[in-house]
Write a new protein. Structure first.
Length: 617
């Protein structure tokens, strides 16, 4: 029997199998690298729902080797499988890493950053959020799965070439070592051998978006897992760090004499309403001749009004606003402060007021575990907390209890509070994607605008404005407003934060809604005031607490070295730092550096539980 033709055919088949398997492996590796560039093509573009591939590719191309090294570390396990297991692993790892990139993209569209592992673990936050999550997706995102579809088709046609694929443990270790060695080279040279190496700057960044750019979304999550692990260990401040903190607070102080605002509301009840997604641009504006916020507009004649309070929330979104309003601390750079550090001690707004004889109550329409807000506010120092389970859920809109029902049920709760009291409450209905039921839409808008997210935003804000008016009328009837000051502030921006691309699609644009300013309002209303005043000073959410303490008569020296914000009614500082480290307003270079430094110091203050373990008054 002549075996040569059989052997020759066998050899040719094996060679062809190796070529095909190798080609599909390389195809998957390159596809994932390109997807990381596509991710940047979305996130670096002004419109995050539109792909600018040349921009993304241009920024990513400098770092393709790092992208490939991280991806190779995941793909090397391919060689530990045999036969068709190789093929299924190839498809599976492609699907998993693609889903990771897509989740980062959708998250970025909502929060302008990438999620930390601590956020991913917080599944309670997904409760009722499906509408908001789906609204972050775009049809163009299907570009991320084109290669997977191709790979599935090829796998059907070429599956016979995977019948005899052997495990290659040596190739597994080779690829793993190659990937890790390339990634570890610069840290080894700089940290161990103490040598200067080109490109070492990419290992020293703090911003998650920079990490994604340099190492891909996949690399970011690897680093983030390590960072979360490191952050789980107790954080102890060094003497140098303590000196740095003391110096920062000293530089923050302004040596200004007290003015007529000092103690203006001393002894009065304080009612703070944190309005979901309220932006300043809608106040005192009309659409087709109709006031969007008629009740807020009326309040301004007896209010101290700050229209230029910059949003400073980070990954904790609304819970970060809870934190800043009540502690004047910037939130963590990664993750949610309320989840990681809910039991921290602060020189908080409720603690200061309780020392003056106030009762305090925090009220949310959400369930307590949502962003862990209940534990967070308990740690901040509220006497009493009210959540979803304390309400009669008789009407739901969007994410939960309607603002109309919510406000009605709060009135008797405030009547029961012992005077003087501090009440902190949060609204919900004007949360994105702004799908207000038709029966509550009171603005007469054009069909195009009404079907756009901007029109939905106008309708939702108008609805809550109506409910606010009814709420204040009820407080007036009960006599509560006679000795109360009502503070209204937005938790973060809304339609411009999440749906600016949708605004751009409108055929009839108006200048007053096009600009993205990150402005949320702060309105301090007193029914007994003889006139209103508007401050055009630029501030931030961390400035709300020290401003309220000053107005409520707390001595400045009691909070000046424990709050990161300024007193808006008695300050010459006309600037604020955003969560992306941009400083806006009028400032010197020294003031800019000081403002940005505050973001990083807040992490140290929170992680070390500074006010419990180190602070001495």
């Amino acid at each position: 029997m002549n075996l040569k033709p059989y052997i020759s055919t066998r050899i040719n088949t094996l060679e062809k199998s190796h070529i095909i398997r190798g080609s599909l492996f390389i195809f998957t590796l390159l596809s994932l690298v390109i997807k990381c560039a596509i991710y940047l093509g979305f996130t670096l573009n002004e419109n995050v729902y539109s792909l600018n591939f040349s921009l993304g590719y241009g920024q990513a191309s400098y770092f393709f080797k790092y992208y490939g090294a991280f991806i190779l570390c995941f793909m090397c396990f391919y060689f530990l499988f045999k036969n068709k297991g190789k093929l299924w692993y190839l498809i599976g790892i492609n699907f998993f890493l693609t889903l990771l990139i897509l989740m980062d993209l959708w998250y970025f569209r909502g929060f302008k950053t990438v999620p930390s592992l601590t956020i991913v673990k917080q599944t309670a936050n997904l409760d009722n959020l499906s509408g908001s999550i789906f609204s972050m997706m775009g049809f163009i995102d299907l570009i991320f799965v084109v290669d997977i579809v191709i790979l599935l088709i090829l796998s059907i046609k070429l599956r016979n070439f995977y019948k005899e694929g052997k495990r290659k443990v040596s190739l597994f270790f080779l690829c793993l070592i190659l990937g890790i060695s390339y990634l570890a080279y610069i840290p080894f040279m700089t940290n161990v051998l103490k040598k200067d190496v080109s490109g070492s700057y990419i290992y020293g960044m703090y911003d998650p978006n920079d990490t994604v750019k340099y190492f891909s979304p996949i690399g970011y999550h690897v680093f983030n897992v390590y960072q979360v692990y490191k952050d789980s260990k107790p954080y102890n401040l060094s003497d140098n760090e303590l000196e740095e903190i003391n110096t920062w607070f000293d530089k923050k102080k302004e040596d200004l004499p007290d003015n007529e605002y000092k103690g203006m509301y001393k002894g009065k009840n304080l009612i703070v309403i944190q309005w979901e997604s309220l932006e300043s641009f809608v106040i005192n504006q009309k659409i087709d001749g109709q006031e969007i916020t008629p009740n807020l507009n009326k309040l301004l004649s007896k209010s101290t009004y700050f229209p230029h309070i910059k949003e400073q929330v980070n990954e904790g979104t609304s819970s970060d606003s809870d934190l800043m309003v009540n502690t004047s601390m910037y939130p963590l750079r990664q993750g949610s402060t309320f989840f990681g550090y809910s039991n921290n001690t602060y020189n908080s707004l409720p603690n200061h007021l309780e020392a003056m004889g106030y009762s305090t109550i925090g009220i949310h329409p959400d369930k307590g575990p949502f962003w862990n807000w209940m534990e967070g506010l308990r740690g901040i120092g509220f006497d009493k907390l009210v959540d979803y389970y304390n309400f009669n859920i008789d009407e739901t809109i969007g994410l939960g209890l309607s603002d109309g029902s919510y406000f009605k049920q709060i009135v008797p709760m405030l009547k029961e509070q012992k005077d003087p009291f501090y009440s902190f409450m949060v609204t919900l209905t004007s949360h994105g994607p702004f799908d207000l039921p038709e029966e509550y839409k009171k603005l007469n808008l054009s069909k195009e605008l009404d079907e756009n997210h901007l029109g939905g935003y106008f309708q939702s804000i108008n609805y809550t404005d109506t409910q606010l008016g009814l709420f204040l009328d009820s407080l007036e009837k009960e006599g509560i407003l006679d000795n109360s000051v009502v503070v209204i502030e937005g938790d973060h921006t809304g339609v411009h934060k999440y749906y600016n691309d949708k605004i751009a699609t409108l055929s009839n644009q108006e200048d007053w809604w096009k600009e993205v300013t990150w402005d949320i309002p702060l309105i301090i209303y007193d029914k007994n005031a003889t006139e209103g005043k508007q401050f055009d000073l630029i501030g931030g959410q961390v400035d709300i607490m020290p401003t309220l303490l000053y107005l409520m008569g707390v001595p400045r020296e009691d909070f000046e070295d424990s709050t990161m914000g300024k007193v808006l009614v008695n300050s010459k500082k006309n600037y604020s730092v955003l969560t992306n480290r941009t400083v806006v307003g009028e400032f010197t270079e020294e003031e800019k550096e000081h403002a940005i430094q505050g973001l990083d110091l807040a992490d140290k203050l929170i992680k070390s539980n500074y006010f419990k373990n180190y602070y001495k008054k």
